[in-house]
Design a protein around this ligand. Structure first.
Ligand SMILES: Cc1ncc(COP(=O)(O)OP(=O)(O)O)c(N)n1
Ligand SMILES: Cc1ncsc1CCOP(=O)(O)O
Length: 522
């Protein structure tokens, strides 16, 4: 018999110990196939070979009935005894070449990989697909480390685009993160994951059929979005011209003030009061809540989340990861302000950890911070040194290109603040020339911009590029208005006047006074 063609989209990997108590494992397998599972792996760690063969025979009856291939985990003897469609082996099991020799050329053979080198070896050794993991923490195994979507992407990018080797991601994959993992991990070589491999997200779900349907839908959406990104196509909203975006600002600000969206800030001690006041003055509503235990509850009531790594403690980080994860699950926009990201290795590692666990919709930083983030995600650009939370030197020679490249790579919006601010969604890129030098002479003005972006992102949910531009513009205009006041004589009086002028900003002023330039890059 020739090798079956396999659809890897949603790959069920079983575990009897984690199967939902309301049904048998066989029922889980059948329900999941009815929900859309395209491939099944029987993974039984505690059965001896005769019992494994017995169970495999029963599972195979079901999978054959539905024309879905069945693979056996680790045990080639079982795969051969039942004549399943193939097997999956780990790095510590029988070698890939030996497994291929035993199975013959027409069986499906998969191998677990956690590094680019392992992936390249799997390709050379004749695997049909690789399981890339562990992506996130999982209760099913105790991984030594997790890859996150950025680590998964590094593996995809180590593979040739046109080789038939297929790829699935495994470890902590659930309905809520599937779409974003598939989008985020897509490589610049054009490689997109061929599927998601899931244990608890299906076998432990109360309804395995519904869980599988959700996973399939999310996988397909993620795949489509990833290919659109890679082909440079963008969603409908992104086709709005810069001018149309600008014309939408008065309405955005009016709506913001009418709705007063609640933004969850995990901010730093230095600026917490200023960011809360700036948010209120703009018309939004802040909640400064640095405890991880309330992040899930808050995710249901807030409209956006701002993660600011300014004063780092482990409990802040824990809260940021929790708040980000729940915001992603609730489709609430997440804004990352990686304060001082290049200043210390702890800050760099924390920024990397957040980017690998949370899908960030908007990254806002100064030149040094954006340089560090570009380095973390493998985006080649010039590097800018940091001293404390400030960038050193005169900046990038082509800042717009740096911002656009990072936005494209991370599939998000990037806002880089400085004397001139740059914003890009990977396709549209602008330079904003408004603002006043006093903004750079008070602490927290950059953090206030992140908060302002957070309030606008809560309103402009379908166009985060517009939210980032509006968030910067509103505060820069307020800065200009405050600095022009007779009662402002230096940074101290400016600080109070700045909050006043954020509150006094009129929607029509935003368009009239904006100094924005569209930048065309190749
Ligand atoms: C699709 C897929 N990918 C990875 C694994 C993990 O296999 P392994 O490393 O052999 O670990 P155990 O499954 O034996 O715990 C997998 N099973 N499936
Ligand atoms: C078998 C395996 N290999 C790497 S992670 C993992 C377990 C995945 O389980 P879950 O989908 O429940 O996180």
């Amino acid at each position: 018999m020739s090798k079956p063609t396999v659809d890897y989209s949603v790959y069920l990997v079983t575990d009897s110990g984690l199967n939902h108590p309301s049904r048998t494992l066989l029922q889980s397998v059948e329900d999941s196939i009815l929900g859309g599972v395209t491939l099944v792996q029987l993974r039984e760690k505690d059965l001896d070979t005769p019992a494994f063969i017995d169970l495999a025979r029963k599972v195979h009856e079901i999978t054959k009935k539905h024309n879905v291939p069945l693979l056996i985990n680790d045990n080639i003897e079982v795969a051969l005894a039942i004549d399943t469609e193939g097997a999956h082996v780990g790095q510590d099991d029988i070698s890939c070449t030996e497994a291929r020799r035993l199975l013959g050329p027409n069986k499906i053979l998969g191998i677990s990989t956690g590094t680019p080198e392992e992936a390249q070896k799997a390709l050379a050794d004749g695997a049909d697909y690789i399981g890339i993991g562990t992506c996130f923490m999982t209760q099913t195994k105790s991984p030594k480390r997790t890859l996150g979507p950025i680590g998964v992407r590094a593996i995809l990018e180590a593979l040739p685009k046109d080789h038939p080797l297929k790829t699935v991601v495994i470890g902590g994959i659930k309905r809520d993160n599937t779409r974003r993992v598939v989008e985020h991990s897509a490589g610049r070589n054009g490689r997109i994951l061929d599927g998601v491999a899931v244990v608890t997200g299906i076998v432990s779900a109360s309804d395995a059929k519904a869980a599988s349907q959700d996973l399939l839908r999310e996988f397909r959406t993620g795949y489509e979005n990833a290919s659109n990104y890679l082909q440079g196509q963008v969603s409908k909203e992104k086709k709005k011209s810069i001018d149309e975006v600008l014309q939408s600002f008065p309405q955005l600000l009016t709506t913001l003030r009418e709705k007063a969206p609640l933004t969850h800030h995990i901010s730093n001690y230095v600026v917490m009061n200023d960011t809360a006041n700036a948010t209120l003055a703009l018309g939004g509503s802040p909640i400064m809540a640095p405890s991880a235990s309330e992040a899930q509850d808050l995710s249901k009531v807030v409209s956006s989340v701002v993660l600011n790594i300014g004063t780092l403690t482990e409990s802040f980080v824990e809260c940021m990861l929790e708040a980000g994860k729940h915001a992603n699950a609730q489709s609430k926009p997440v804004i990352l302000d990686p304060v001082g990201a290049g200043a210390t290795s702890l800050r760099e590692a924390t920024a990397a950890r957040i980017l690998n666990h949370v899908h960030v919709d908007i990254i806002k930083g100064n030149a040094g911070e954006i340089s560090t983030i570009s380095k973390i995600v493998g985006c080649d650009s010039e590097s800018i040194a940091m001293r404390g939370v400030d960038s050193l030197g005169s900046g990038f020679t082509n800042p717009a290109a740096v911002v656009q490249a990072l936005a494209k790579r991370e599939k998000c919006v990037v806002a880089m603040t400085g004397k001139i601010d740059y914003v890009s969604d990977g396709v549209r890129t602008v330079a904003i020339e408004n603002g006043h030098e006093y903004q750079g002479r008070i602490t927290g003005s950059g953090c206030m911009i992140a908060s302002s972006i957070g309030s606008f992102a809560a309103i402009s949910t379908d166009d985060h590029f517009a939210a980032a531009v509006a968030g910067i513009l509103a505060l820069n205009l307020a800065g200009e208005h405050a600095a022009a006041r007779d009662d402002v004589r230096g940074p101290g009086t400016f600080r109070a006047a700045f909050i006043d002028e954020i509150a006094n900003l009129k929607p029509e002023q935003v368009v009239k006074e904006a100094r924005i330039k569209a930048i065309q890059l190749n």
